[in-house]
Design a protein around this ligand. Structure first.
Ligand SMILES: *[C@@H]1O[C@H](CO)[C@@H](O)[C@H](O)[C@H]1NC(C)=O
Ligand SMILES: *[C@@H]1O[C@H](CO)[C@@H](O)[C@H](O)[C@H]1NC(C)=O
Ligand SMILES: *[C@@H]1O[C@H](CO)[C@@H](O)[C@H](O)[C@H]1NC(C)=O
Ligand SMILES: *[C@@H]1O[C@H](CO)[C@@H](O)[C@H](O)[C@H]1NC(C)=O
Ligand SMILES: *[C@@H]1O[C@H](CO)[C@@H](O)[C@H](O)[C@H]1NC(C)=O
Length: 232
């Protein structure tokens, strides 16, 4: 028994050092376990018959704080600057919630929350813009959906209808959407990646020279042209 345990650890390390890529986990399988739908067997153990390397789909999960997350390895979640709230994929992954305020590296995480600084407190604004950058999370992603779960900026000008104080605009999408401001809670917007697949920027100006009870929480999800085609 002891010898088997030691060999297991040694072969685990051989595999771990040379073969494990992102999102692959060595798993001990007892003979009568059945594999679950979101686990993919990559390779059977070479040195010993009873463990195997699997990867799991980066499926959506419900975080223990009620937000929408994505199932990642704990280390991947850290790389994506997310926070783990509970586990998923039979405890192999963590339900990783990625939340961004202003700035930072482009996010490629499906289900990223773009929030005003200090959210859910109201945001007094700034003299500079608050921007996040969204990069494709896989080659097949064609567009992004912005779901405005909470979105209140200063109202447009009452006569011109123009967003003169606060405004949100998008750079780098195939077709530029209109500039928006005011109340948009419950609305959504689709944006297409450009053919060169470059990242797009969502830019919010919350003008601190006007005091206003403004704040936003935008859920950013990435989608494929043909959502029914689900590959890894
Ligand atoms: C195997 O699959 C069945 C049906 O999906 C499930 O009820 C059972 O709990 C599974 N067994 C194990 C060991 O995961
Ligand atoms: C925002 O502005 C209000 C009203 O001027 C002020 O009371 C509050 O302290 C400000 N908040 C921050 C975080 O600066
Ligand atoms: C913010 O508002 C002030 C006063 O309404 C205006 O002068 C200034 O140009 C605005 N800032 C930006 C970046 O639009
Ligand atoms: C992103 O998440 C949404 C919602 O779960 C899902 O429909 C979509 O297929 C995912 N897209 C990618 C590219 O992972
Ligand atoms: C989209 O998915 C459907 C159903 O799986 C398939 O029949 C169709 O060929 C797909 N279209 C493209 C453009 O991939």
């Amino acid at each position: 028994m002891r010898i088997i345990a030691i060999s297991f650890i040694i072969s685990f390390h051989i595999y771990g050092v040379f073969s494990l890529r992102d999102n692959q986990v060595p798993v001990y399988y007892s003979k009568n376990s059945n594999s679950s739908a979101d686990l993919y067997e990559i390779r059977k153990g070479k040195f010993l018959p009873f463990y195997t390397v699997v990867r799991f789909k980066n499926n959506e999960c419900t975080a223990t704080n009620g937000l929408v997350g994505t199932c990642y390895l704990r280390s991947e979640c850290r790389t994506k600057q997310g926070v783990a709230f509970g586990s998923c994929s039979r405890g192999l992954g963590v339900c990783c919630v990625v939340t961004r305020n202003c700035g930072g590296l482009p996010t490629s995480s499906n289900n990223t929350y773009f929030r005003s600084p200090g959210y859910p407190d109201y945001y007094n604004g700034s003299s500079t813009t608050c921007t996040i950058s969204i990069a494709k999370n896989r080659d097949s992603a064609t567009h992004v959906r912005l779901t405005f779960t909470d979105f209140t900026l200063a109202q447009p000008h009452p006569t011109t209808g123009q967003c003169q104080i606060d405004r949100m605009n998008v750079l780098g999408s195939e077709i530029s959407p209109p500039v928006i401001c005011g109340e948009n809670t419950g609305q959504h917007m689709y944006l297409r990646f450009t053919p060169d697949n470059s990242a797009m920027q969502i830019i919010i100006l919350a003008n601190s020279s006007t005091t206003f009870r403004r704040r936003w929480s935008i859920l950013v999800t990435q989608h494929e042209q043909n959502e029914s085609r689900r590959d890894l």
